[in-house]
Design a protein around this ligand. Sequence first.
Ligand SMILES: C[S@@+](CC[C@H](N)C(=O)[O-])C[C@H]1O[C@@H](n2cnc3c(N)ncnc32)[C@H](O)[C@@H]1O
Length: 345
Amino acid sequence: MDRQVYLCAPGFEEPLRREIGEGAEALCTGVVRGGTALRPLSEDDHVFARQVLPAAASLLAPSVRQLAGRAFDALLPGLDSSAETWTLHALVPDDPADPHLPGELRRRADLVAAAFLDIAKERRRRVFRRYHPDGGAESLVQLLLVGREQLLVSAAAPAPLPRGGLWPVPFPAGLVSVPEDPAAPSTASRKLREALAWMGRSLREGERVVDLGAAPGGWTHVALLGGAHVTAVDRAGPGPAVEGHPRLRWLRGDAFRHEPENPPVDWLLCDVIAYPDKSLELLRRWVERGWCRRLVYHLKFKGREDYGPAFEAREMLRTSRLRFVRAKHLGNDRNEVTFMAMETT
Ligand SMILES: C[S@@+](CC[C@H](N)C(=O)[O-])C[C@H]1O[C@@H](n2cnc3c(N)ncnc32)[C@H](O)[C@@H]1O
């Protein structure tokens, strides 16, 4: 039976398996197959899953052309019966323990994808005509090569989730490509940019932002670039890239004691390093008091065992007035979970 297949960060297969529950199994590094019950995508937006391949079929074949042919046979009924435009993501597991295999598999996956398109062109021109190489297509074909001869295939239209966002996400493998920013004071700025891409929202001119745990200023830098006014709070001082900026007020102090002036502010950003329970309490305080309209918030963890506070935080946000709520272990996250929430979806 076809089951959901999920991509996660290498080493996070077990937390994801536990989150999915009964029947879930790790197929290889970074890939987990769901349980036998095919849950609706709207109930399936797991924290540790960066991407989902809905109802994925598993195929075996020795050559690139045969893999592509079987994939096309498996997906043709769906592609044929719909009038939707589609795009194609060729994927491989991300396995840092094996530096050679991913490169080799990557090339092979690209060959399988090219052969898939050739076959579509040869065998069903009207299906091929609906192929869009770039974003914006209605449906997503995903081909995940997990070994030289094993391919997982899925075709599905990204479904809007009840609390905002799409699932599957339109980013290949659920990874946002964030452009390099040599002016950024820290690589942490990538994490905020990635979260904003998932929210489909940027920080805008004139918005009021509170950035807790801001030093040396990576997130603050992103907010300032967008034209926002930032109050940054950290025990440490700002880095030279943001220090003295006319729209920045830098307060040296304890983030846990900070109260915003004239709430609600447009954004709460928080990247404080603290025990997850303590960060969760701070988040709860801001949300229950209605101190912010939108937020990007990190809970940071030590081990891989207890992510209870992450699920508690997501539940608290889901029962708040915030309409868009998403909690994800994003591509740039280490052992932390990013919470993204806004008043409107
Ligand atoms: C991961 S760093 C933040 C990086 C920052 N977001 C950036 O983009 O450059 C975590 C910060 O939390 C700050 N921090 C930890 N506990 C704090 C507290 N109780 N009050 C204020 N800052 C705190 C640390 O000083 C550190 O600068």
